[in-house]
Design a protein around this ligand. Structure first.
Ligand code: SF4
Length: 344
């Protein structure tokens, strides 16, 4: 392997509308930006994975992948330090997935909790173009293992509650090494990011409890939102239901607007919280101020994004250069796998 730095692999799907939100930023992009100096970093856009929910729809994965690339760059991933590329530009991921699939027991895949959840969700879904629970959905963890092992990555960043997601990739690496009596694949370690907590979305469930920010709940603020879109989203956000008038007391701890203010304005938020509690402030003012705080935070990201949006050829070059580097590393790994498996 080249260089002294250990390799780290991370990636996100261009699913939903392809745009990443503040929850993705806090939970993934921010820690990735901090890690790019420490590791030889490969940061891919998992476009094949997105087909587990988008196959048969007319969504342009290519367009959505570009949006994810723009989000990566606007959040501060530096193409000089980190290879940003599309999974589909490195077909070696697929070859390794086929080979690893040959030695992964089906029972391991059927036990994956997210498979069970997604299968039920897809089977109950009546939208046009869906194909239900596919072979690709069942095999998702094998492709995921291939994504990591094709770079013989030592590390994968995961949130505090997601370390289990990596376990199957580690098990597949161990199985390959055991069956072929080799130590070819390192077992990738989880790099646990100290996330501030799950970022609240802008709505609540039927019990009035805030839900996490998620594309599928349509409760997110996107990194690519314009200032007006942020204002509109916060205008419609969930607040303390019993606070009808300004003089009613609110509960900032259970309120999306003021929790976001706390996160993005830790020095000043307490005045807002105190005045809400004692009924001397209304939600309109809180929403207006929180909008300003979030727009101030997003401004540098918007500026960076605009640079690349205005120069699509440069974005193409970044993706192509990174894919070339990724293909070279991946092909080197595959050459070893083909020899160990006696294909060549
Ligand atoms: S003032 Fe803030 S914390 Fe209080 S209810 Fe309104 S939005 Fe929520």
């Amino acid at each position: 392997m080249s260089g002294a730095k250990k390799r780290l692999l991370s990636g996100m799907q261009p699913s939903g509308n392809g745009r990443l939100h503040l929850g993705n930023y806090e939970g993934a992009l921010k820690p990735w930006v901090q890690l790019q100096d420490q590791y030889e970093m490969y940061c891919f856009i998992a476009d094949w994975h997105a087909f587990t929910t988008l196959a048969g729809t007319d969504v342009s994965i290519a367009d959505q992948s570009r949006q994810v690339a723009l989000d990566y760059l606007s959040a501060g991933l530096d193409p000089e330090k980190c290879a940003i590329f599309r999974q589909s530009d490195v077909p070696q991921h697929a070859e390794l997935a086929i080979l690893l699939g040959m030695l992964t027991p089906v029972s391991w895949l059927e036990r994956v909790p997210t498979y069970k959840e997604k299968r039920e969700h897809l089977e109950n879904y009546e939208g046009g173009g869906e194909v239900g629970a596919s072979y690709g959905l069942l095999g998702y963890p094998v492709l995921q293992a291939a994504d990591i092992l094709i770079y013989r990555a030592h590390a994968v960043p995961v949130g505090k509650d997601q370390a289990a997601h990596l376990e199957l990739s580690r098990a597949i690496a161990r199985r390959f090494n055991f069956l072929y009596n080799t130590e070819y694949f390192p077992e990738p370690d989880a790099v646990i990011s100290e996330v501030t907590g799950v970022l609240p979305g802008l709505d609540a469930d039927e019990n009035g409890k805030l839900r996490k920010m998620s594309k599928s709940y349509h409760n997110a603020i996107y990194l690519s939102d314009t200032p007006d879109q942020v204002a509109e989203r916060l205008k419609n956000a969930f607040t303390t239901p019993s606070k009808i008038r300004k003089t009613d007391a609110g509960i900032p701890e259970g309120c999306a607007v003021c929790l976001l203010r706390k996160l993005y304005d830790p020095a000043e938020y307490n005045v807002q919280w105190e005045e809400c509690r004692n009924g001397t402030r209304g939600c309109v003012q809180s929403k207006r101020e929180t909008t300003e705080v979030i727009n101030t935070f997003l401004e540098p990201l918007r500026t960076k994004r605009a640079e690349y949006e205005n120069d699509p050829a440069e974005l193409d070059r970044i993706l192509a250069r990174a894919a070339e580097k990724a293909r070279a590393t991946a092909e080197e790994t595959l050459r070893g796998v083909r020899q160990i498996m006696k294909i060549v």
